[in-house]
Design a binder for this molecule. Structure first.
Ligand code: NAP
Length: 438
């Protein structure tokens, strides 16, 4: 081929941005990055906790990638709805799917569909100001909540519990929208429970994130010690897990203090939610490790008064028409990022919801290497470059990088009014309107 490759990237989160940057840095391609939202950066904007300033600042680095003239942003285009994958494949030499894993897993317990039971994906989306979040539900329901529970022992569970536990002052410098701050501030929350089916040694959270739970202004950690007598809950030879165990042991020795309580329950799993119009009781069964290391019920069940239940038991990817997908893992079927010549994947939709943001750089590089190997062996089907005609024909309101820059400026201006760096604009039509000023 005597021209640069034409590549489409679907999703502008870290894996998509790293793939685009890698292709262009190697001088091999021009890249169009699509996102269904009018703004880029995926989970860096709508997943990383707003109070994790240094991780969120990665978007400033990702933003520099747009300075590259061979990369275009095509925001507000929903691949799979506005344009199909097959149509993209016809237009481009190669397509890389990097749209992540945005669905959540369910517990599969009775009562889980009661009002007040939500997936972490929904709650996190809401507090990050995602335009699709159910604002009406959270704004009317949360102020009634005094007892909340988060199920899962991962970093997302820690994020959710911490955001619930923090005071308005602790959240002040974040970029959360005004309506989110007002709702969280109006909550009369007294107790937050983190519930995990295994022990401190098996939790998947990282130590820095875990420690933050012990450093909150108006909330203290109380470890429920039932079930923790068993050695198996504490035993590990993993470095991070050993540090986590030390943190939990430290909390067990700390005297109780006033303010909100954050209860940590290990070896406990929800078995039912009950209530009339909304959840009011969460039934939790105590578990124990068997000789073989699996989990068994002890037969002991406790009832926790809970009005807000957040499942934080892992994210899940969803398939797209025409793309080989493995339902069990919630990922596309691929090898080294190659689904088939001309179609690739990177990030969570490739490997599942794991790792830190930096993991996506290596992951994207592997996929780009597969793509370029296919280009070198002339296995790529040639795209016809028809994307602009197709976008015009569908009459789509595409947001360009100038549009995103206009939204970016508007968020900074809005934030300045509150004495903060920026405030997220969460309303889709406002974002579109502002983008036209770019
Ligand atoms: P995760 O680390 O995989 O944690 C999922 C948790 O859910 C585990 O404790 C798991 O327990 C539990 N679980 C799964 N199925 C369950 C069930 N049926 N019943 C009860 N518990 C169940 O996932 P995550 O917290 O969603 O995080 C996703 C990725 O994003 C991770 O790589 C995470 O580190 C990353 N992340 C990082 C940060 C940060 O660096 N600050 C922040 C947020 C997210 P078992 O182990 O027993 O299965």
């Amino acid at each position: 081929m005597d021209r640069p490759l034409r590549v489409a990237v679907v999703g502008s989160g870290p894996s998509g941005m790293y793939a685009a940057a890698d292709l262009v840095a190697q001088g091999r391609a021009t890249v169009d990055v699509f996102d269904r939202l009018p703004i880029p950066f995926g989970l860096v904007r709508y997943g990383v906790a707003p109070d994790h300033f240094s991780i969120r600042s990665i978007r400033n680095t990702l933003d520099l990638i747009w300075d590259e003239p061979d990369i275009r942003f095509l925001g507000n285009v929903n691949i799979g709805a506005d344009i199909q994958v097959d149509e993209l494949r016809k237009a481009y030499d190669a397509v890389i799917l990097t749209y992540g894993a945005s669905a959540d897993r369910t517990l599969g317990i009775p009562g889980e569909s009661l009002t007040g039971c939500v997936g972490a994906t929904d709650f996190v989306a809401w507090y990050c100001g995602h335009p699709d979040a159910n604002r009406v539900f959270f704004e009317t329901y949360l102020p009634t909540v005094t007892h909340a529970a988060v199920v899962g022992l991962g970093n997302v569970a820690v994020d959710v519990a911490r955001i619930l536990a923090k005071t308005p002052e602790e959240l002040h410098a974040t970029d959360m929208p005004a309506h989110v701050r007002a709702t969280l501030a109006s909550m009369s929350l007294t107790d937050i429970h983190i519930i995990g089916r295994r022990g401190p040694a098996q939790a998947t959270w990282t130590t820095k994130e875990l420690r933050e739970l012990g450093e909150l202004e108006n909330c203290s950690v109380e470890v429920d010690q039932v079930g923790l007598a068993s050695d198996a809950a504490w035993e590990t030879d993993q470095r991070v897990a050993l540090r986590n165990v030390e943190v939990v042991r430290g909390w067990m020795e700390r005297p109780a203090s006033t303010g909100r309580k954050l209860h940590l329950h290990f070896l406990a799993r929800p078995i039912a939610a009950a209530g009339t119009d909304h959840i009011s009781i969460l039934q939790v069964e105590r578990t124990e490790f068997t000789q073989s290391g699996s989990l068994a019920s002890t037969g002991e069940v406790i009832d926790l008064p809970i009005e807000f239940l957040v499942r934080s038991i892992g994210y899940r990817g969803t398939g797209l028409p025409g793309v080989a997908f493995d339902d069990a893992s919630g990922t596309v079927v691929q090898e080294l990022g190659r689904i088939e010549p001309g179609l690739y994947a990177a990030g969570w939709i490739k490997r599942g919801p794991s790792g830190i943001i930096g993991t996506n750089k290596k992951d994207a590089a592997e996929t780009v290497a597969s793509l370029l190997a296919d280009a070198d062996s002339e296995s790529l089907p040639m795209g016809d470059g028809s994307i602009d005609a197709l976008l015009a024909e569908r009459n789509l309101e595409t947001v360009s990088i100038d549009g995103w820059r206009a939204i970016d400026r508007a968020e900074r201006t809005l934030g300045a009014g509150y004495g903060i760096e920026r405030m997220t604009i969460s309303d889709h039509s406002s974002m579109i309107e502002i983008s036209t000023l770019g």
